[in-house]
Design a protein around this ligand. Structure first.
Ligand SMILES: [Zn+2]
Length: 435
């Protein structure tokens, strides 16, 4: 199903024309209204007149998170303050928050982008959408809220937490679509069973829209089986807009980028040179229509690839693969590149191990060390030393086979790894600390 069929199935030449037209306009807006970009253009020796089409995008400067931090709070706004109707911030857990402003048109475009994802997995008018993304400065809550409203859904603005109430509402109100992080979907399914429900039999829910953290295909399968739903991956980041920059369709074979609003490039994170379709690299996004906080070639740090070829669903927008990890999260363990999502893929294939885990990183001089903490399922004989050792050996061998490195494994008691309601804290980075 399509929310805006004419746009979502536009022929490729028309998409390129639209993107070209919008890029020319956007480059001018950035140059004229934002001192950071005027300086960056000057430094590269270019003016907006050098940008004639989307083919010229590589002439433009990159933008980084650091640039946004330096511009805190409003120095990257590209429009008069009286046109700004909302401000969001990124979480700021790793430093100063970054600020993103929206005009009414920016918010309308955002709602459209999210609504497209709802339709793309078969949702639409009158579906009850339970929104367990956090409401607030974080873009997840309001992004799903207005996207659901735009799609014509009945929105339940539950926000995060109070899992018992989430489960009861899901049952009593007949929720059809669940919006939350993948790790919280597992918590809800777990809690529902503990409360005596069979989520597949007792609930009307049939769809999930999940994102804001990388998740593996195996985790998706577990969520789908435990709740009896089809779960779509949604991508977005507050710097660019929020959730809805890209989203999966019913084919579940990559996330369609909203290419009328965003232009995506994949570059080598070290050399910044473009990589061919199908190859992994860092996702770089240019916002083509944003009025308040336009960004040119923003380095997302997210690692993905363009999936070559056409999707079965009929959408013509290019697709990115699920996010493999962040370039910052990429671990180099004895010369081997490892993403936490690859570890998750192995864990979720082991029937005796729960999908809750933690990765603790330490370093010994130049060498990164990695310890994986996992918990067995509740029916596992945790008190039997030989069983635990057997499990540890088996998991260690699987990780070695799949990742090519030795991972230290610590098996902890069932149900002792912290459950979270929002983004999970699966990686504890103690590198650089004196231990
Ligand atoms: Zn598709």
């Amino acid at each position: 199903m399509f929310f805006q069929k004419a746009i979502e199935t536009m022929p490729r030449e028309q998409i390129a024309q639209l993107q070209s037209h919008r890029l020319v306009h956007q480059a001018r807006r950035c140059f004229e209204n934002i001192p950071f970009y005027r300086d960056a253009f000057n430094e590269k020796g270019i003016t907006p007149e050098d940008i004639h089409s989307i083919e010229d995008i590589q002439k433009l400067p990159f933008t980084t998170k650091q640039d946004l931090r330096r511009a805190y709070p409003f120095k990257m706004f590209g429009i008069d303050r009286d046109k700004v109707v909302r401000i969001h911030c990124s979480s700021g857990t790793t430093g100063i928050a970054t600020t993103v402003g929206y005009t009414q048109r920016d918010l309308d475009d955002w709602a459209d982008c999210f609504a497209r994802v709802i339709y793309a997995i078969g949702g639409g008018r009158h579906d009850i959408l339970q929104n367990c993304f956090g409401y607030g400065l974080f873009t997840g809550g309001l992004g799903a809220h207005y996207g659901g409203t735009r799609a014509g859904c009945v929105v339940l603005p539950v926000s995060v937490g109070n899992t018992d109430r989430q489960v009861r509402l899901m049952h009593d109100f007949g929720t059809n679509i669940l919006c939350c992080t993948p790790s919280y979907a597992l918590v809800i399914a777990d809690r529902a069973r503990a409360m005596g429900y069979d989520p597949v039999e007792d609930f009307d829910i049939s769809m999930g829209i999940m994102g804001s953290e990388p998740w593996s295909e195996n985790l998706r399968q577990q969520i789908q089986t435990s709740l009896g739903i089809k779960a779509a991956d949604i991508y977005g980041l507050s710097e660019i807009m929020g959730p809805g920059v890209a989203g999966e369709c019913i084919a579940q074979d990559g996330l369609h980028i909203a290419e009328d609003h965003f232009y995506a490039e994949i570059v080598d994170p070290k050399t910044l040179a473009p990589v061919p379709d199908g190859h992994y690299g860092e996702l770089v996004i240019t916002t083509l229509t944003k009025e308040c906080s336009p960004l040119l070639r923003y380095r997302t740090r997210d690692i993905t690839r363009i999936i070559p070829g056409q999707c079965l669903c009929g959408r013509t927008f290019r697709r990115i693969d699920r996010i493999k990890g962040r370039s910052d999260d990429m671990l180099i363990i004895r010369g081997v590149n490892v993403f936490p999502s690859q570890i998750e893929q192995v864990i979720t294939e082991m029937p005796d191990v729960s999908p809750f885990y933690q990765i603790v990183l330490t370093n010994d001089g130049e060498l990164d060390r990695i310890e994986l903490q996992v918990e067995p399922n509740e029916d596992f004989a945790f008190d039997e030393v030989s069983e635990i050792e057997g499990l540890r050996d088996k998991l260690g061998a699987e990780l070695k086979k799949n990742l090519g490195i030795k991972v230290q494994i610590r098996i902890v008691e069932p149900r002792t790894i912290q459950r979270t309601t929002g983004k999970s804290h699966r990686i504890i980075d103690k590198r650089g600390e004196n231990l």
